[in-house]
Design a protein around this ligand. Structure first.
Ligand code: FAD
Ligand code: DHB
Length: 385
């Protein structure tokens, strides 16, 4: 089989890239190891920044998002005895939207623009340094296949083969904690997200809909989710999120999903090698505290689609040549912001660190310069920053 762009991975990066290329008149084929049902039901990110919403709307994927998503003006920052609202609209004129990654994924599948081969195995990249790169794989019926292309987009996340095909420098930071995440069938106890510092560890109250809440607790690495009973989770969330302060109450409910997510910062440079371009988690991972992973994947493929359309429709390689540098400017900004939010809000027992964190929290909630810096990064810089 032949196509212009062979895309590896049908996560949000791969499917959106295929959609954007199709709109620009460039053909692509996507190969994915998992089944369509598995990819569609993975519970992951929940917050879209303004530029992601603008892009999805512009390319015809905004109808359900605007009907069923929830626009938030800002977030709350909380620590024992204090709760402060940061209003991104007042500070920057921008908002964020609560709309799950699973919903973005469904909208992309419904759009039907991407030709995807699911449940493939043995995906292998070949000749990426040449003008005739290709991908081989075994299809869902067990037949070996070859996909010839003019370019390959590695959108296969942090465990896929693409990133190993790029000779690169890697930058990494690990953290001594993870998140225990739950999904619960209960109305959120807050109108906007609460990020909470507590001596016992960070907690986050997020949501997916008016009837479904998503909450997280900082836990030590290696924690077994089964070691936390539902009652213990709700008690610890109530304590860390400030139940009882100023009459605020956390309402518990049935937990429908419980998992532990490790945290890591990782950047691989460059994001291009010959005819292979990396996008999304294949090139970089951020800890989830700033809600940037999905938004960065969207920003990468927006740049990459524009570059590949210029290359294949106008024979202009300049944007493809600068893709890695252009994308990495935003990647490093988000990597810093995610690291900063993570280290400001997670506790490790060191009393000096705790005082610095509380001082930083007081500054971002009382100084308009501090608040604006957080708001600008959280609500997201324009694509192309
Ligand atoms: P992915 O979504 O990982 O998609 C890559 C795709 O490539 C997958 O479908 C995979 O099956 C496929 N693939 C892998 N190997 C191959 C192969 N050999 N051949 C073909 N296909 C292959 N971000 C937030 O902002 N907030 C969150 O709360 C949050 N929670 C997360 C929870 C988890 C468990 C994980 C893993 C990530 C989370 N993230 C979160 C990050 C966010 O979900 C990612 O940044 C986002 O999914 C990146 O999209 P992507 O398309 O680049 O990668
Ligand atoms: C969610 C995840 C995040 O990492 C975050 O910062 C905000 C919200 C969520 O899953 O809803």
């Amino acid at each position: 089989m032949r196509t212009q762009v062979a895309i590896i991975g049908a996560g949000p990066a791969g499917l959106l890239l295929s959609h954007l290329l199709a709109r620009g008149g460039v053909d692509s084929v996507v190969v994915e190891t998992r089944s369509q049902e598995y990819v569609a039901s993975r519970i992951r990110a929940g917050i879209l920044e303004q530029s992601s919403v603008d892009l999805l709307t512009e390319v015809g994927l905004g109808d359900r998002l605007r009907a069923e998503g929830h626009e938030h003006r800002g977030i709350y920052l909380n620590w024992p005895g204090e709760r402060h609202h940061l209003d991104f609209v007042d500070l920057t004129g921008r908002t964020v939207w609560v709309y799950g990654q699973t919903e973005v994924q469904k909208d992309l599948v419904t759009a039907g623009t991407a030709q995807v081969f699911y449940s493939v195995t043995e995906t292998t990249l070949h000749d990426v340094e040449t003008s005739r790169p290709h991908v081989t794989y075994v299809d869902s019926d067990g037949r070996p296949q070859r996909l010839d292309a003019d370019a390959i987009a590695g959108c296969d996340g942090s465990f896929g083969p693409s990133r190993n095909a790029v000779p690169s420098e890697t930058f990494e930071r690990t953290y001594p904690y993870s998140w225990l995440g739950i999904l619960a069938d209960v109305a959120p106890s807050t109108d906007e997200l609460i990020y909470s510092w507590h001596p016992n560890g960070f907690a986050l109250h997020s949501m997916r809909s008016p009837t479904v809440s998503r909450l997280y607790l900082q836990v030590p690495n290696g924690t077994d989710p089964a070691s936390w009973s539902d009652d213990r989770i709700w008690e610890e969330l109530a304590l860390r999120l400030g139940h009882g302060h100023d009459g605020w109450k956390l309402t518990p409910g049935p937990i429908t999903d419980k998992s532990v997510l490790p945290m890591r910062s990782y950047v691989q440079t460059p994001m291009r090698h010959g005819r292979l371009f990396l996008a999304g988690d294949a090139a970089h991972i951020v800890p989830p505290t700033g809600a940037k992973g999905l938004n960065l994947a969207i920003a990468d493929v927006s740049l990459l689609a524009t570059a590949l359309i210029a290359q294949f429709k106008e024979n202009d390689p300049s944007l493809a040549d600068s893709y890695s540098d252009d994308a990495l400017r935003r990647v490093w900004r988000c990597t810093h912001f995610s690291w900063w939010m993570t280290t400001m809000l997670h506790t490790g027992g060191d009393p000096f660190d705790a005082q610095l964190q509380l001082s930083q929290l007081r500054w971002v909630t009382s100084s308009s310069a501090g608040a604006t810096g957080l708001a600008e990064n959280y609500a997201g810089l324009p694509i192309g920053f």
